[in-house]
Design a protein around this ligand. Sequence first.
Ligand SMILES: Cc1cc2nc3c(=O)[nH]c(=O)nc-3n(C[C@H](O)[C@H](O)[C@H](O)COP(=O)(O)OP(=O)(O)OC[C@H]3O[C@@H](n4cnc5c(N)ncnc54)[C@H](O)[C@@H]3O)c2cc1C
Length: 215
Amino acid sequence: PETTVLASTEFPFEQHIEGLSNVSYCWSPNGNFALLRLPDFWRCSLYYDPSLTFEQAIEPDHIQLQLNEIFDNPDPYEIIDSRPYQVHQRIVDDFRVGRVLLVGDAAHVCSPSGGMGLNGGIHDAFNLVENLVGIWQGADLALLDRYTRQRRPVVQSAILQQADQNRQRMTQKDPEARASSLQRMREIASTPELAREYLLKSSMIYGLRRAATIA
Ligand SMILES: Cc1cc2nc3c(=O)[nH]c(=O)nc-3n(C[C@H](O)[C@H](O)[C@H](O)COP(=O)(O)OP(=O)(O)OC[C@H]3O[C@@H](n4cnc5c(N)ncnc54)[C@H](O)[C@@H]3O)c2cc1C
């Protein structure tokens, strides 16, 4: 799996970078980074040059260098925490093992790009509860297998594949490919039918509808 350096700082990026949103996935000329705003600090996910080892990348001086590429701070950044983050992409074969049901990250993990992990886990929980209600009302325990039948293909296609596409777009370095990707997003945003289609997919509503069609 791919590893990034997660560095947290109380530095108020929002006061220095115009238009910065609370969840920002950004391209830089030679790489990319993400800035995620938490209540008291910013968590910076720093992709580093693959010619470096992780130990070199997490050196305080290197973190300062990468943060200064994001915003050239005249003072050293105060780093309150730094650690590795590994991007995984995995799914279990069966969300049910006897009387044990797997939900959320226990069943599937993906890149955080696109923010689908937690949301996918909530969709799992809703689906599972609907099946549990059926059992409570007297249905056979085999009804629990419907949970895997409905959720697994949706997680596979609508979450894992989508998160991986987002991750690949994030790590794209070729300027032409970046430009065409942005151009495509502009087209989608300015065409109501395409925008609607895109939102149904990214909000994972399509996945819910698809699951509901599986017996
Ligand atoms: C940097 C980052 C950014 C993310 N951004 C987003 C986002 O924007 N949107 C989104 O939807 N998702 C996002 N995610 C993914 C999201 O955080 C996870 O998908 C979600 O937290 C999974 O929830 P979960 O309850 O399945 O598992 P977890 O949150 O891992 O919860 C499992 C809990 O079980 C506890 N536990 C483990 N073992 C035991 C034990 N033996 N006994 C008792 N307790 C135990 C753990 O301590 C933990 O509290 C992000 C993840 C990361 C790392």
